[in-house]
Write a protein that binds this ligand. Structure first.
Ligand code: PLP
Length: 862
């Protein structure tokens, strides 16, 4: 037979897929289906989940004394699975167990494992697992034959490669191979064989490197001219971004080989990058599918590229990239500078990934995956390179890549995603010559935010239904299923909310029980002695009364807020109010001192210009800890870009002013931003304030600010309050002399509030569907102002299937009047009640009468 379509499909199943009875039942039904469709099946599978890691441990720590215990673990995994599959594993694998024991005994005796032994040992995992798999298929299907992959995956010798890589990450040819095709045809129609293993020209066992089972399957597909290669894994396909970091990641319905190659090479771990080329060479379509959910169609990779597909398909991240920056003023005058410099890289075996050049600087990135040895040779390498230029090694940076086609044409869309980079550096920008990839190297810390933003802007807003399937959350049935059920209190009170909306316009509804639940979380922080409610978040009278009842103080940012507290609670102790104005007029400071509240100075100007107000009195000082944090640039309130707080370099002057006017600093205060999820953040602030307090002397109170983040939507994680508690306990133990205060706003009220409105009109513009509702940015400006993503549901049709992607928009004459972009929604109709979740903070207080449309009214559930 020649290389023509052969009737074979190659199915590859990974370790997780072959480790449980449920999955094996799914595998059987897939094989049965392919047989019914008329295919012959070549099933390639990996070792049982965890087995390769144990074997690898043996190789890496050959001198440990519990090696035989590891052998027992491996055996037990097979025996356990065998039991559930109804197979007598001890009998079936008796020889393999014996061989495994011998190999490991040998390693134990010698105390080391050379490459050959390494390959032999690792291969055992695949050999044993596939025997078990074959036995099960024989039992269930009556037709399955085990083949030893080492007879077909013959590896080749590559030039310039080490012995190690010839044995541990070997490669095979990707040509059609008549012998293999004939052998499989003879053994078929269902054969089971191993991924990851092969043999060299001396017929000795070699392995193909980690993740090599995908590559084996691709080799088999190429060698037998398969009609299709199916990679079955534990995720439902390839996604537009890492779904574990961004659950709104969209399934990629279709990719060209080139696109898939870029995505696989740039960090997505679903498909081994080396598995694409063999399939591409023979134009064999690759289907990436999910074993646990075989009903989903997954991602198809083929040669067809259609013009109406999205230009950017995915965003990939490679973390822990290392940059080497080479600076030399005269470099362009010197012929051969780059050759000399690159020669040093070559000498130290460093492989260069990205390159960017300017008149005086060349910066290159090293991919850590290929440069494991960098730290070992770092000093020597830098010293050598310094012969030609000044050298800086930059670490803790990551490469973020946009992947797709004609990327240059969409760069204008990226603008606001890069807002954060006013303060943070973009170290390197590189555009692939084929225009399939555009990469930015940035500080690793900034990556999550950048990726989310880019994803929202470039992928979610594109709305291209052909390229993008459902989101990860939808596929995994996680959409709007809040992990902490209490967060979706409105599901339990749905009936009450729908009744309230009968005959009413748009409304903010606040749930008092939820407010109390969050208040308790703050009051449970052991190290904090006093909590103040930052009333700017929501100044509703009933809400303020709840906090008053719960014993909270109030943090006020204007004299109006201070007066509101006294108006509601005339006998309120003024010392429980912290007044923290910023660039307020002199009169507000005078009034604050007169009322006896704690006045916070966040600038030395009032002390320089109006010292009389503070002379012989107590004040709080707001210190700029030098860094900001939070969900958006506009809510960061620390660092030089922010207008808040006294910079630390002014502290000497501050000390003089305080001494001159006999002012007592009662407390220090800092608030670095809003929506912070790093549980260490408040401790870090405490440490900085403590240093300043030491310098100033006499400080009793450290107010660590608010900013406690919440889970705003289904794509986010919440703040780990246990860790917040632990880290502040550590601080308090070390510095028991201080009273610690906090002043959250959002955390206390956001989750308790929902905005309800009704559908007015529907519109379809090609692929983009709009659901219009009665109120928009006039009631709730956060999505327009910060790009905030809030969970939105059709409360009237909560149980209906979400089967279309829509934008939810308001009636305001602004293009930015969008409450939700690209949301999966049920088919909606005029009058349906729409709920925007987690709108209890910075909702009503930031609303306006813009367009002379009155914002939503408030209603409190008690
Ligand atoms: N404290 C101060 C000084 C603030 O400026 C703010 C918010 O802007 C807060 C506390 C409350 O922040 P959050 O609502 O994020 O807790």
């Amino acid at each position: 037979m020649s290389e023509e379509r052969s009737g074979w499909v190659v199915l590859k199943f990974g370790g997780t897929s072959v480790s449980t009875l449920e999955n094996w039942q799914k595998i059987v039904s897939v094989v049965r289906k392919r047989r019914e469709e008329g295919f012959k099946v070549c099933l390639v599978h990996s070792a049982l989940s965890g087995v390769s890691n144990i074997l690898q441990d043996i190789v890496e720590q050959p001198d440990e004394n519990d090696l035989m215990q590891k052998v027992e673990q491996v055996k037990q995994k097979h025996i356990d699975l065998g039991k559930t599959l109804g197979i007598d594993t001890v009998d079936l694998l008796a020889n393999d167990f014996e061989e495994l024991g011998h190999i490991v005994k040998g390693i134990e005796l010698i105390g080391e494992a050379g490459y050959r032994v390494h390959a032999r040992l690792l291969a055992m995992g695949e050999l044993m697992a596939t025997k078990l798999g074959t036995a099960y298929l024989q039992k269930e299907l009556d037709e399955a034959l085990w083949l030893d992959a080492r007879n077909y995956i013959k590896t080749i010798i590559r030039k310039n490669t080490t012995e190690r890589s010839q044995i541990i990450s070997a490669v095979s040819t990707t040509d059609y191979d008549q012998n293999t095709a004939d052998a499989l045809d003879k053994a078929g129609p269902v054969i089971v064989t191993q991924g990851f293993i092969g043999s060299d020209s001396e017929d000795k066992t070699v392995v193909l490197g980690r993740g090599g089972s995908d590559v084996s399957a691709a080799y088999f597909a190429a060698k037998i001219g398969a009609e299709r290669l199916e990679i079955w894994t534990d995720v439902p396909g390839m996604f537009s971004v890492n779904p574990h970091a961004v659950p709104s990641a969209r399934l990629l319905n279709h990719l060209s080989y080139e696109e898939a190659q870029e995505i696989a090479t740039n960090g997505a771990h679903v498909l081994h990058p080396r598995s694409i080329m063999p399939a591409r060479k023979h134009q064999i379509p690759i289907h990436v599918r999910c074993t646990q959910k075989p009903e989903l169609s997954g991602t198809v990779i083929s040669a067809e590229a259609s013009e109406d597909e999205a230009l950017v398909k995915a965003i990939a991240v490679r973390s822990d990239v290392i940059l080497v920056s080479m600076e030399s003023l005269g470099m362009w005058q010197e012929v051969g500078f780059l050759a000399d410099a690159f020669d040093v890289f070559k000498h130290f075996g460093l492989s260069i990934d990205l390159v960017s050049t300017s008149q005086s600087n060349v910066t290159v990135s090293l991919d850590p995956g290929l440069n494991d040895h960098f730290q070992d040779i770092r000093d020597e390498f830098v010293e050598d390179l310094r012969r030609y230029c000044a050298v800086e090694v930059i670490e803790d940076v990551s490469a973020v890549s946009l992947l797709g086609r004609r990327i240059r044409t969409i760069l204008h869309q990226l603008g606001s995603a890069f807002e954060a980079f006013q303060e943070h550096q973009v170290y390197l920008v590189s555009q692939a010559a084929n225009d399939l990839n555009f990469t930015f190297v940035v500080e690793s810390e900034q990556v999550d935010r950048l990726v989310r933003k880019l994803h929202e802007q470039v992928i979610l807003q594109s709305g291209n239904q052909k390229s993008f399937g459902p989101t990860w959350s939808q596929l995994m049935n996680e959409e709007s299923e809040s992990k902490d059920d209490g967060e979706a209190w409105w599901k339990d009170k749905r009936g009450e909310l729908l009744t309230l909306m009968e005959g009413n316009g748009s409304m903010y509804i606040y749930d008092t029980d939820t407010v109390k639940r969050y208040a308790e979380l703050i009051q449970n922080i052991d190290a904090v002695s006093f909590g103040l409610y930052a009333m700017k978040a929501n100044a509703n009278t009933d809400i303020l009364k709840t906090f008053h009842e719960l014993g909270f103080g109030f943090e006020c940012v204007s004299i109006g807020e201070v007066e509101k507290v006294f108006e509601l609670f005339p006998d309120f102790d003024p010392q429980k109010i912290l007044f923290t104005p910023n660039f307020a007029p002199k009169s507000e400071y005078e009034k604050g001192m007169e009322l006896g509240v704690n006045v916070t100075l966040d600038n030395i100007y009032p002390l320089q210009k109006w010292p009389k107000i503070f002379k012989d009195k107590e004040v709080f000082l707001r210190i700029d800890p030098g860094h900001g944090g939070g969900h958006h640039e506009h809510v960061k309130t620390g660092g030089v870009q922010s207008k808040f707080g006294i910079p630390r370099f002014e502290i000497p002057e501050l000390k003089e002013l305080i001494a001159t006017h006999n002012i007592q600093v009662k407390g220090l205060h800092a608030h670095i931003g809003s929506g912070i999820k790093d549980p260490q953040s408040w401790k870090d602030v405490a440490v900085i304030l403590h240093n300043v307090a030491e310098d100033l002397g006499g400080v009793d109170i450290l107010d660590l600010g608010g900013g406690f983040g919440i889970r705003e939507n289904e794509t986010q994680a919440g703040l780990d309050m246990k860790s917040v508690n632990e880290s502040l306990n550590q601080f308090k133990e070390a510095h028991p002399q201080y009273d610690l205060w906090v002043e959250p706003g959002r955390f206390l009220v956001a989750t308790a509030g929902v905005l309800l409105s009704k559908v007015t009109q529907l519109k379809g513009k090609g692929e983009m569907q709009y659901v219009g509702i009665e109120t928009g940015m006039n009631s709730f400006i956060r999505p327009a102002l910060y790009g905030a993503r809030h969970t939105i549901v059709n409360l009237s049709k909560l149980d209906h299937p979400a089967n279309q992607t829509v934008n939810i928009v308001g009636p305001i004459c602004e293009s930015g009047d969008k409450l939700g972009i690209d949301r999966l929604f049920p088919s909606s109709e005029e009058g349906d009640v729409i709920l925007v979740a987690n709108t209890g903070a910075y909702g009503k207080v930031m609303s306006s009468n813009y367009n002379l449309r009155a914002p939503a009214e408030e209603y409190v559930l008690n």
